[in-house]
Ligand binder design. Structure first.
Ligand code: GDP
Ligand code: MN
Length: 386
């Protein structure tokens, strides 16, 4: 679960990680009030969306007077901000963060993330802050420092020194930087984060270290341990169909293609996306109805997929294990009767009670296309959309 920069900075404050003074605003009036509270210029007006690259897209602007705050806030609020992370459709800006402007001596990059390969927390840092870190990684990988921290050992002095020396932190700021990094590590572990990214972490003209930006991602599977964090979720930033699906315990992710999928089991869903691609079509979604999907769940899955305008055909791929094919087939028939299906549906079923399942589909009077096997299903669905 991602949160906004202003929320991440609030959490930073609780862990004594220095951030600029600032406040969230939901209107131009609110932006002016937040500026008043800061009491000095320049201030920075920042669009709050769940995506990075806002600066380049025109979503981060300095203002040196109240008039400028008004103009800039007016411009950014309500704009559709397009960055390399939003996709071409962009994101509507509904919130602003107004912050005291800082004098920057140096922009650095600092992040913590879970490294599955080494089962550790990796600290990534670079002197090339403020830039797109993916570009740095590609063009000048030697300018990225990686320090692995064993989660059982926790962060130690030598980890901090390794990062600080790599970033060429001046001696006068060393103590501050050490405290910041160890507090950041604490925040990361205590809140079950999967990513904390500060880009840029700045050294100010008076040699203070400060988190100028803050990006935070929590491990959604651990959120049940952090009831207080759930209130930070912003449904405005999430795909409405994905939000609806999560309410029904459906594992649904919206993609770019035009073949809708209903599959039981995440592994089978991945394999199904592969065969669709191999057959020359592209999946419109990932939809895992789980091992014991009820007919009600199948119906919800159908409705959500059909609500997606991109979808030109649906492939149902079921392996009947715990979920028997006859029960699933009945679910499909019930759902199809209730939902007005006007596009081709290809069904491939295998496993427990498959013959009974096929009979239910065949006797239903619905125009469903039955597939003999996986590759036949892929051919038929590709033919339906191409
Ligand atoms: P992002 O583009 O979404 O990553 O947004 P950031 O919060 O990182 O801001 C983008 C850039 O704006 C930073 O890299 C800085 O160069 C600049 N910026 C942000 N806040 C300030 C500030 O207080 N003073 C100055 N001089 N520049 C700032
Ligand atoms: Mn940034």
């Amino acid at each position: 679960m991602k949160i906004h920069e202003y929320q991440a900075k609030q959490l930073f404050r609780q862990y004594n990680i220095p951030v600029p003074e600032g406040n969230v605003a939901f209107s131009v009036g609110g932006a002016k009030e937040a500026t008043q509270n800061i009491g000095s210029f320049p201030v920075v007006v920042k669009a709050q969306i769940h995506a990075g690259g806002r600066g380049k897209g025109g979503g981060v602007k300095l203002a040196s007077s109240m008039d400028e705050v008004q103009t800039v806030a007016n411009e950014i609020l309500g704009m559709t901000l397009v960055t390399h992370q939003t996709g071409p459709e962009g994101k509507l800006v509904k919130k602003l963060l107004i912050e005291a402007g800082q004098e920057i001596q140096k922009e650095l990059y600092l992040s913590l993330l879970v490294d599955r390969a080494t089962a550790s927390v990796v600290i990534m840092a670079s002197q090339d802050g403020g830039m797109d870190i993916e570009t740095v990684a590609e063009e000048t990988p030697e300018r990225i420092i990686k320090v692995h921290v064993d989660p059982l050992l926790g962060i130690q002095g030598y980890h901090i020194r390794q990062v600080a020396f790599g970033l060429k932190i001046p001696p006068v700021a060393m103590k501050q930087f050490g405290a910041l990094l160890s507090n950041l590590f604490k925040l990361f572990v205590e809140n079950d984060c999967s990513l904390v990214e500060i880009n840029p972490l700045i050294l100010t003209s008076t040699n203070k270290v400060l988190a100028l930006d803050a990006k935070l991602d929590f491990d959604s599977n651990a959120l049940h341990r952090h009831k207080e964090l759930m209130g930070l979720r912003d449904l405005d930033e999430e795909d409405p169909l994905e939000v609806e699906a999560s309410g029904y315990n459906l594992n649904y992710i919206n993609l770019d293609g035009n073949v809708g999928n209903i599959v039981n089991g995440a592994g089978l869903a991945m394999a199904t996306m592969d065969i669709i691609k191999n057959a020359g079509a592209t999946p419109a979604n990932f939809m895992d109805v789980g091992g014991g999907a009820s007919s009600e769940q199948v119906e919800n899955a159908f409705r959500i997929i059909l609500a997606d305008e991109k979808v030109k055909a649906v492939l149902i791929n079921i392996f009947g294990g715990i979920l028997r094919c006859d029960i699933f087939a009945q679910g499909v028939v019930d759902a199809a009767r209730k939902t007005n299906i006007t596009i081709p549906v290809v069904v491939r079923m295998e496993g427990t009670n498959v013959d009974e399942g096929k009979k239910i589909l065949a006797d239903s009077g619905l125009t469903l296309t039955s597939a003999l096997n996986l590759s036949d299903a892929a051919q038929k669905i590709a033919a339906a959309v191409n």
